[in-house]
Design a protein around this ligand. Sequence first.
Ligand code: SF4
Ligand code: SF4
Length: 370
Amino acid sequence: MVVDVIKRYLKRRLPRDGYAFSLFREGKHSLDRAASAVADIAPGTLRARPQRLFVSLTADCSLRCGACHYGRDFMPGHSLPWSLGGPMLEDAAALGVTDVRLYGGEPLLHRDIEKFVARTVDLGMSPWLTTNGLLLDKKIDRLVAAGLRRVSIGMYGVGAQYDRYVGRNGAFAVVEAGLARARARHGPETLDLKLDWLLMRGTCAPEVVEATLAFAAQFGMRIHVNLIHYSLPYFTKPEEDGGHHFRMEDRPLLERAVARLIEAKMATPDLIRNSIRGLRSIPDWLMRGPAMRVPCTERDLIWVGPDGSVQMCYVTFRLGNLYDARLRDLVLTEVHHRAARAAHALDCPNCHCSYDRRINAHAPSRRAYG
Ligand code: SF4
Ligand code: SF4
């Protein structure tokens, strides 16, 4: 309990880059590792401990990304109403949640996005918004005024290649111009901007990697490398893929991209958020898929969908629905604790969510990618 209070305090106070924050993350990895080691010996002791709430506010989206089902056949037409969202946030704060990610779909299309941000801040939690960036310029001032300090932009390539992937001509130029204007009004000391970069076949080419590094540096953004998914319900599966998933013959290209990312991180540690160890593990996650056996740490996550669904993680472990019950009554039940144990044992679709944290929390993986 005391550890949780200290963690919460440090998380709120420390800037999200620099040496102090990396020390804090290393400390978190050590705690994860200790919990993982105990769970290996005595699995029954492992329990769910919600600390992060990820809320997909709406299934609507202004883009049509090639590998994504949002805005089409994933929960179409659903949007989480504020009448459920307000009590959900109150329950989350009471449960000890520290971080609330607001995303979608496109969260800036949600009519009550400012209320979600303001209430999260009022309750002492830290909001984090993930957006495609199209409406950033229009909405960022009011969101910053409501207390938002962290934004991540989904990035799927550069220029015409981005436009092709998102299915909208001129979209990249709109995002780029909006970012420039938002950054001019809100510098890095006010607004932590991150690029949630999706590594897939189309973004792995050397010239795209270079352009992405330059794009992030230009706007004072850090890059988080996300991997194209093979088991998220709203992503295409490799078998239904339109050329976005990696194939075995792509390994050399992938290794080259990862080597460049590691080189960039060595030169400018704060440019890339992933750990070196996590970056080194990327080719194995993408080539081996569910054959990667690294215990999952998502027992501290609660995922809420636009239709009110509550799950332990993005993919599975359904706990109920906010239309039927309050969040506080759906979590920390025996079903939830069993889910935490199943995640550790990978008795699940075994995706690569939180791959970096999982690698760092697992002693054999740390040695393998050290
Ligand atoms: S990946 Fe994001 S921006 Fe693209 S369609 Fe899906 S929700 Fe919209
Ligand atoms: S590895 Fe399993 S528990 Fe973890 S996020 Fe993926 S499906 Fe959920």
